[in-house]
Design a protein around this ligand. Structure first.
Ligand SMILES: NC(=O)c1ccc[n+]([C@@H]2O[C@H](COP(=O)([O-])OP(=O)(O)OC[C@H]3O[C@@H](n4cnc5c(N)ncnc54)[C@H](O)[C@@H]3O)[C@@H](O)[C@H]2O)c1
Length: 237
């Protein structure tokens, strides 16, 4: 059987941890040439909130490979606080860590995504883009993820004439180093998450990465401007 991403040049941000790390590993296993980016812990280190660094990084990647076929924007940063204790500074940092961190790499990658004539951008919304989860102080995160959902539809429209597809995956609660902090901080939290879920188990990074593999592949050539809930049924009831 042919690898599903054979020969594709795939840039994966947030590749040092969690879902991004799983995407990078599965993409490699499916034959892609993967350029993993993170603050540290990957071959390519870049602060994706530093405009000049992002511009330079993508110019280097595009210059080396001549095109980018897949951009997976998995890097993100969010502060979780209830409204009364959420500082304006943390609100702004979260919107940067959810929105600017998608905008800057996507804009820098755009000429290289156009260059191949057939490309896929995979962004991450969240169940939180549509639902509030009881017990989760996710105000700024919800605002950011709603923004990612909306901006990805616009990217799909702007990208279509150039052969660029853009979609979001909306994960439910996925066990990663970052989410382990929430689970550890409140022992009742996992039970609350599972009460909302049809499948009585938390997600694993690979559960999400398989959806990204499909969206990045030619199997999804007719799919753009769409959002995929991979959440154990949490947002379906
Ligand atoms: N894990 C979940 O339950 C869950 C649920 C819904 C949505 N999501 C979304 O899925 C995506 C991946 O989530 P995750 O849980 O794997 O995240 P994570 O926190 O485990 O990893 C995010 C990575 O982004 C990197 N990063 C943060 N700021 C950066 C910057 N300025 N420059 C470069 N790299 C930076 C971090 O170093 C980290 O390695 C995110 O968009 C997240 O919001 C996750």
């Amino acid at each position: 059987m042919t690898a599903r991403l054979a020969g594709k040049i795939a840039v994966v941000t947030g590749a040092a941890n969690g879902i991004g790390q799983a995407c990078a590993a599965l993409f490699r296993a499916e034959g892609a040439v993967v350029v993993p980016i993170d603050l540290a812990g990957t071959e390519t280190a870049c602060d994706l909130l530093n405009e000049a660094a992002v511009t330079a990084q993508f110019a280097a990647i595009g210059g080396q490979h001549g095109r980018i076929d897949v951009l997976v924007n998995a890097a993100a940063f969010a502060v979780f606080e209830w409204i009364e204790s959420l500082s304006y500074e943390d609100w702004r940092r979260t919107l940067q860590g959810e929105l600017d961190i998608v905008f800057l790499p996507t804009r820098a990658a755009w000429p290289w995504l156009k260059a191949g004539g057939k490309a896929s951008v995979v962004n991450f919304a969240s169940a939180n883009a549509r639902h509030a989860l009881e017990g989760s102080p996710a105000l700024a995160h919800c605002a950011g993820k709603g923004g990612v959902l909306a901006m990805t539809r616009q990217l799909a429209m702007e990208g279509a004439p150039h052969g660029i597809r853009a979609n979001t995956i909306a994960p439910g609660f996925v066990r990663t180093a970052a989410t382990a902090r929430h689970l550890d901080a409140d022992p009742a939290f996992e039970a609350r998450v599972l009460r909302k879920s049809m499948l009585k188990t938390l997600g694993e990074p690979d559960d999400i990465a398989w959806c990204a593999v499909w969206l990045a592949s030619d199997e999804a050539r007719y799919v753009t401007g769409a959002d995929f809930a991979v959440d154990g049924g949490a947002t379906a009831w």
